[in-house]
Design a protein around this ligand. Structure first.
Ligand code: NAD
Length: 484
């Protein structure tokens, strides 16, 4: 049975769509039709943005509510999401191939955590302060919601990434129009059901399924005050150009080609699970993965063997099975892309030590074998461009300085890791890597700490108080206290 919707959640209500187009979703693992939803038309975006504007401008509306009252509504949203967590994880897995154990954690589990973290930030801290001034008076400094947010998200971790934006924006008092990616619209509809059940006030959240043209329409919409985007660097550049012209604030979380630096004292075998999570998680479809493995020449053969053994040992298959470590890629287009990079790797002279083809016995679904290239030069295409699949490039280096130079010789700067038996040494190396985030012997995005990139990996930060602040603007009211 397919999962089909005939209405869109626009500004707090389920409405019939303005157009007739539909988006069909296919299973990454079986290629079968999973379901369909109406594709939002520009008129639907207009309606969602207008409702978001009204909610924002209403003097008794969402943005003017006390943070604690918003927190109550968002707690209801969190509870409604928890009720659907199991099904959310399942829908994400069947759509994009994310192994189900990971989907439970990231997609079912993380959104309510994020809602509670950000409502805790706004209710636990004053959103304004009075500062005694230098000119006789004092200043009231207030953090106000930035306004109507246009949020555009990709398909790789669709729910968690949506809530990296929704949780701080809604907690701050913004209203949001969210455009999910066409590949993963079924989980977005389930999230809309949760919002409706929670009784979020009219206009606070609208969901407009559609492709890049609709995304571009939302970005440039006159009723939008801020844009928040996660996806490819190419799309991010186009969005930044529009926002530059409109002087519209924008947060961009884009691609990566992060380095996993294996130091000469690393005991990779003892941290192999963390190494897998930091380099190959979600079938290689995560922006912060360390897909360039930098290996010391002194232990080069051993590091290549360890990573090759890891790739060959991974259980590839049905993403709904608890034991699966690597599922299929999201689409045949994405598999074509990844396979074209594998061909480039071979063509540029890198040495294939694991994978490189399609797994035997999996004739349906968009599977690619976990693949390792050794003897990669940092100038090779596979070391420079984001592949977004289970493909690692091992690059040799001599000495820490060269490792850091190679790590930094990239257009990107999003994630990364250092593998070492000496955490102090690891931190010293991590401090020299040009990257927004980096881990020692593991990688994680903790909700309390800012996440984002430098260089072509993006602008701005999500998570942590910094993530909240990106949905707030400062307003100063000068108080003349010199006259009684
Ligand atoms: P994409 O960036 O084109 O799409 C991501 C989202 O942005 C989707 O919702 C899409 O509809 C929307 N979009 C695309 N162009 C837009 C525009 N000009 N204006 C407004 N919205 C726009 O990604 P893709 O084509 O699905 O994947 C291609 C490559 O992008 C992948 O192979 C991978 O390298 C990279 N990618 C990165 C991330 C990430 O988290 N950084 C996520 C997905 C894809």
């Amino acid at each position: 049975m397919t999962i089909d919707y005939d209405k869109l959640y626009l500004g707090g209500h389920w409405k019939s769509p303005a157009g007739r187009e539909r988006i069909e979703v296919r299973s990454a693992a079986t290629e079968e039709l999973l379901g369909s939803v109406p594709e939002a038309a520009e008129a639907d975006v207009d309606e969602a943005v207008a409702a978001a504007r009204r909610a924002l401008d209403d003097p008794a509306g969402w943005s003017r509510w006390q943070p604690a009252k918003r927190a109550e509504a968002l707690e209801r949203f969190a509870v409604a999401l928890e009720k659907r967590a199991e099904e959310t994880a399942r829908r994400v897995t069947i759509q994009n191939g994310m192994p189900i154990t990971l989907a439970h954690q990231f997609e079912g589990g993380f959104p309510p955590v994020l809602l509670r973290y950000f409502t805790g930030l706004v209710t636990g801290r004053e959103q304004e302060e009075t500062r005694p001034g230098m000119l006789g008076g004092s200043s009231r400094v207030i953090r106000e919601p930035v306004g109507v947010v246009g949020a555009i998200v990709p398909w790789n971790v669709p729910q968690a990434i949506s809530f990296l934006k929704l949780a701080p924006a809604l907690a701050a008092g913004c209203t949001v129009v969210l455009k999910p990616a066409p590949e993963t619209v079924l989980d977005a509809m389930l999230m809309s059901e949760a919002a409706a059940e929670a009784g979020l006030p009219e206009g606070v959240l609208g969901v407009v399924p559609g492709g890049r043209e609709l995304g571009a329409y939302l970005v440039a919409h006159p009723g939008v005050d801020k844009v928040s985007f996660t996806g490819s660097t190419a799309a991010g550049r186009a969005i930044a150009e529009t926002c530059g012209r409109l002087l519209r604030p924008v947060t961009l979380e884009l691609g990566g080609k992060s380095a996993a630096i294996v130091l000469d004292d690393a005991d990779l075998a003892s941290t192999i699970e963390s190494f897998f999570a930091a380099t190959l998680l979600n079938n290689g479809q995560i922006c912060w993965l360390g897909t360039r493995v930098l290996a010391p020449r002194a232990r080069y053969g051993e590091v290549v063997d360890t990573i090759t053994d890891l790739a060959r040992s991974l259980k590839v298959g049905d993403p709904l099975a608890d034991t699966t470590q690597v599922g299929p890629l999201v689409s045949s287009r994405q598999r074509d892309r990844v396979e074209s990079y594998i061909a480039k790797g071979r063509g540029e002279g890198a040495r294939l030590t694991a994978g490189g083809g399609r797994p035997a016995g999996l004739d349906r679904g968009w599977f690619v074998e976990p693949t390792v290239f050794a003897d990669v030069d940092n100038g090779h295409t596979i070391a420079r461009e984001e592949i977004f699949g289970p493909v690692l490039s091992v690059i040799p280096y001599s000495g820490e300085d060269e490792a850091i130079a190679i790590a930094n010789a990239s257009d990107y700067g999003l994630g990364g890791t250092v593998w070492t038996s000496d955490p102090g040494r690891g931190e010293a190396v991590a401090r020299r890597v040009a990257s927004g985030t980096i881990g020692i012997n593991a990688y994680a995005n903790d909700p309390t700490a800012p996440f984002g990139g430098v260089k072509s990996s993006g602008i701005g930060r999500e998570l942590g108080p910094e993530g909240l602040h990106s949905y707030q603007v400062f307003k100063t009211i000068y108080l003349d206290t010199t006259r009684g």
